[in-house]
Design a protein around this ligand. Structure first.
Ligand code: 5GP
Length: 190
């Protein structure tokens, strides 16, 4: 999506060879109009997949998951993060490791919110090593629901997080695939 790529170039800041900051419009301050455009774009890519629910993880995925769900006309569920929480009988839970924060967290979704008849689209702001994705896919599997695909705003392709799911035949769509951040320069993959 060219408008997104242009915004990343003009407003994004490369903090290191692996971290891109886009706080002005995506994951600290949120641009509502632009988020609607991004959500419509992601929703359009999955419009024929009979999605019944969008799943993300708090907090920075919520804005974009909401606009995607709005465009698809379905509810959005966000997994809640708790550090060191014990597993509860009322939730589906996964443990994920955050490379950016260098900590491990448990994510939880109330069992009442995803059922085996659901066709779930995962949406997130960034895809890096794929830990958040792996955790959400685990929750969908625990619920016996169907994972129909993954919609990502910025995928750092060089960190490899999308590869395992694509290898399983799951569609992973990213609006801005980044091939490299080396030397402070954003290079897009396509
Ligand atoms: P993963 O689990 O794929 O390694 O990382 C995904 C999560 O880490 C995203 O939801 C995002 O919150 C955070 N993240 C990973 N890389 C970046 C980055 O370069 N910039 C920002 N702002 N967040 C990132």
């Amino acid at each position: 999506m060219q408008k997104l790529k242009d915004k990343i170039i003009t407003e994004g800041r490369v903090l290191s060879d692996t971290v891109l900051k886009v706080d002005s419009f995506l994951n600290h301050q949120v641009d509502p109009e632009f988020s609607l455009e991004l959500g419509r774009e992601l929703a359009g890519r999955f419009k024929d997949d009979r999605v019944t629910k969008v799943l993300t993880v708090e907090a920075s995925g919520i804005a974009i998951a909401l606009t995607t769900a709005l465009a698809l006309g379905v509810p959005v569920v966000f997994a809640k993060k708790k550090r060191g929480a014990t597993q509860s009988k009322s939730t589906y839970s996964s443990n994920i490791y955050s490379f950016t924060r260098q900590e491990s967290v448990d994510i939880h979704v109330n069992k009442k919110l995803i059922s085996s008849s659901d066709r779930v689209l995962i949406v997130d702001d960034f895809l890096a090593h794929g830990e958040a994705l792996r955790g959400m896919a685990g929750i969908i599997a625990q619920a016996g629901a169907t994972l129909v695909g993954v919609g990502i705003i910025i995928e750092k392709v060089f960190q490899g997080g999308g590869a395992p799911l694509r290898a399983q035949g799951i569609r992973v769509e990213s609006l801005a695939p980044v091939a490299s951040l080396a030397g402070g320069k954003v290079v897009f993959a396509e």
